[in-house]
Design a protein around this ligand. Structure first.
Ligand SMILES: Cc1cc2nc3c(=O)[nH]c(=O)nc-3n(C[C@H](O)[C@H](O)[C@H](O)COP(=O)(O)OP(=O)(O)OC[C@H]3O[C@@H](n4cnc5c(N)ncnc54)[C@H](O)[C@@H]3O)c2cc1C
Length: 475
């Protein structure tokens, strides 16, 4: 245990990982804690904004609490502050699956397609790790999924029309998989055996008043002056950390000093800036791990109308394309839109999800152009040319957000399962004192609760150094 009573801790980033670390340190009565945040707001990939009818909160980033159980640290906070009422579990499969000609695919076909899709995905999730372990072969999801779906469809004893509709629903489900996994399936692999990736059961629960409530609650006991916005850290100098404090340089020209730094920048940001962000450079092994990791590409499109455009009895409309091939043709970016969801309590505002190559290209277009294309798609797929133009359009741009550079972590085929543990190991003095520590979504689990847990873990490492076993956290 170190004797200095009040170490100075600088946390880089006010996303849920950084805020959770700060809150944990403040709970343990650490007085000298600073959060430096590059953006002009807290939250990072949690970004609740007011939009559209009734000015209700909508989520540009994180949407649900995945696995609403007591093991989920984000759920614990949401429950404590009563943020989950009215309680709503997401049920995407109640979507209407619409053909390109504006007609609806029969419910029984949708049901069978969803059943086949779920079965195939279960097989794929089981097969990928086995392939890796048994044959040291790294396969991405795409070929396996396509092969298994094809086999299942061939087994069907149905007429041609039924089969064509089945393929259309499965095309929509593949777009669902792309945004669920966070990337084109040609890039994603899966290692379910790794404990950290497991999301607790229980479905996905929505936070009606906005995800930001969780952050606001956690920030309540963090002194206002501890948070410094619009301050991008450009260099962490840990050269003489044996004898001196670390020096943290910001883009605005200010230098902060600290005994410990907790870095919570996204993998996208670290990959781009790791060569200039650390002095001396990160150890080679960490850079290698970083290079093998990646953030996926997922965006959201919000459209507000004067009247409700989706029938109130359905939660979503899914675009069941005849063919979702984009190839290298970026003008077909919209083929990566899964469809549109009604937003809870806001039936005049709908939300579209887009991923992969389509999402990245879409970010280069204006909101107006994106809105126009989406309205044309809705007119086409809903068979209703009277759908008016959208009154307002709002689009996320996570791939080009300079402080995030992506949406959420996915497992690339170059990653060795569990190797992000190497990245999460702190940089230490020769006597083993951790000085630069790492937290964030990609280091434990790609969800808000994983990010929160990793922030708390790093804070507890600091607490243990000075106070011995860390005290219970207060919520
Ligand atoms: C579209 C989308 C949908 C999602 N849906 C869900 C969902 O439904 N449920 C779920 O659990 N998760 C979801 N996620 C993932 C979730 O948002 C993230 O896992 C989580 O918010 C990551 O938190 P973090 O603190 O690790 O990182 P971030 O939120 O990225 O926070 C890092 C912060 O550090 C700041 N920063 C970076 N570098 C610097 C620097 N050099 N100097 C100063 N500041 C810096 C950034 O500005 C940012 O504020 C979604 C994400 C996206 C994009």
């Amino acid at each position: 245990m170190y004797v200095r009573k009040q170490p100075k801790v600088v946390i880089i980033g006010a996303g849920i990982a950084g805020i959770s670390a700060a809150r944990r340190l403040v709970d343990a009565e650490f007085k000298d804690v600073i959060i430096l945040e590059a953006a002009n707001r807290i939250g990072g990939r949690i970004h609740t904004v007011k939009f559209g009818d009734g000015d209700m909160p909508i989520e540009m980033g994180a949407n649900w609490i995945h696995g609403p159980t007591v093991q989920n640290s984000t759920f614990q906070v949401a429950e404590t502050i009563g943020a989950l009422q009215p309680y709503r579990i997401n049920n995407r499969m109640s979507a209407r699956f619409m053909r390109e000609d504006g007609t609806e695919i029969r419910r029984e076909i949708v049901k069978e397609a969803v059943h086949i899709y779920n079965k195939v995905m279960d097989d794929v999730y089981r097969t990928l790790p086995r392939e890796r372990i048994k044959n040291s072969r790294i396969v991405t999801m795409a070929p396996l999924i396509y092969e298994c779906l094809d086999k299942e469809v061939k087994k069907l004893e149905q007429n041609e029309d039924y089969i064509e509709d089945m393929k259309r629903v499965l095309n929509a489900m593949l777009n669902y998989s792309r945004f669920h996994e966070g990337e084109e399936l040609e890039k994603v692999t899966w290692e379910k055996d790794i404990e950290e990736y497991n999301v607790p059961d229980g479905g996905d629960v929505h936070i009606p008043g906005g995800y930001v409530q969780i952050l606001n609650h956690l920030m309540k006991t963090v002194p206002k002056e501890s948070l410094i916005l619009q301050t991008e850290v450009v260099n962490i100098n840990w050269e003489n950390c044996e004898n001196e404090q670390l020096k943290i340089k910001t883009k605005n020209g200010t230098t902060f000093t600290a005994d410990h730094v907790i870095v919570t920048s996204s993998i996208g940001y670290l990959k781009k800036h790791c060569e200039t962000l650390f002095k001396p450079l990160l150890p080679e092994i960490k850079i290698e791990v970083l290079n093998s990791m990646a953030l996926g590409r997922v965006d959201k499109i919000f459209l507000e109308f004067d009247t409700a455009v989706l029938a109130p009895t359905y939660s979503s409309v899914a675009f069941a394309w005849d063919d979702t091939t984009i190839g290298g043709d970026s003008s077909k970016w919209y083929k990566r839109i899964f469809g549109f969801d009604q937003i809870f309590t806001k039936n005049k505002t709908i939300l579209g999800w887009i991923s992969g190559d389509g999402a990245e290209y879409m970010e280069t277009l204006s909101d107006e152009e994106i809105g126009k294309t989406c309205v044309q798609l809705l007119r086409q797929f809903l068979g209703n040319k009277d759908i008016p133009n959208a009154k307002a359009v709002l689009v996320s741009r996570w791939c080009s957000n300079p402080f995030v550079l992506g949406s959420y972590f996915y497992q690339t085929k170059t990653m060795i399962p569990g190797e992000q543990k190497i990245l999460s190991e702190p940089l230490t003095t020769t006597s083993g004192k951790p000085v630069v520590m790492f937290a964030g979504e990609a280091l434990t689990n790609c969800c808000t609760h994983g990010a929160r847990d990793s922030g708390i873990q790093q804070a507890e490492k600091v607490i243990d150094l000075y106070q011995g076993k860390s005290l219970e956290a207060k919520l």
